[in-house]
Write a protein that binds this ligand. Sequence first.
Ligand SMILES: Cc1ncc(COP(=O)(O)O)c(C=O)c1O
Length: 257
Amino acid sequence: MVVLDPAVQAQFSAGPGYLNTATVGLPPKMAVEDLRQSVAEWEAGQLDPASFDKAVERSVSAFARIVRTQSTSVGIVGQVSIVSGLVASCLPDGARVLCAEEDFTSVLFPFLADPRLDVRLVPLDRILDSIGADTDLVAVSAVQSADGRVLDLDRLADIAAETNTRTYVDITQAAGWLPLDVDRFDVTACAAYKWLCAARGSGFLTVSPSADWLVPKYAGWYSGEDPWQSIYGPPLDRKSTRLNSSHTDISRMPSSA
Ligand SMILES: Cc1ncc(COP(=O)(O)O)c(C=O)c1O
């Protein structure tokens, strides 16, 4: 049994026995206090939007540490399905996409919704053996939302490397408790409101340097080199490290994208 440090335990107000983190994680007291303060400042007309930058940078580097990558490979997003849609949209016409038929719909729907793609659904326990030289992308959750089944991620990375298959892994139900090496996959996406104890509407993506096929199509103003100074007009600096993280609209993309 894992025993939490008492200082960590003291950050959580709910009594023992909360078992629903796979649906909604609990917020630590320090996050609740920050949120309350922001709502109060907003209500009083005293909100300073730029004051959130530090929290963005801090959470991006904390996430990078948890999933073992560089901050420059991490972007911020509001929803996993947006990342799935971005990945789907960057595949060539007719690309063969392999998914697990029982996977969470934010991983499946954006691929199924794209009539250009040839999506093949197989049971999760057959997905790794179904990857072949004719697979263009495998899109799958590291841990299944419905029942907690854990995919053999090392094997996925090895097979994908052998067959030269692109990989997109949803790490929502894994990040925070399962050791991960996200750089072994082209793109990962994570909703942070579960095991990472964040508020709904916060999440991350990672893009490995090998994923040169991913285009930062949803880059928004926060992708600018100096977001508060480069709000209007071109250029979009594809080499900028600020293209390195994003918002709901994927306004900050990883520099590797
Ligand atoms: C595996 C997985 N991915 C993603 C999500 C959330 O998806 P979205 O951010 O698109 O709402 C969930 C929520 O239950 C999930 O279990």
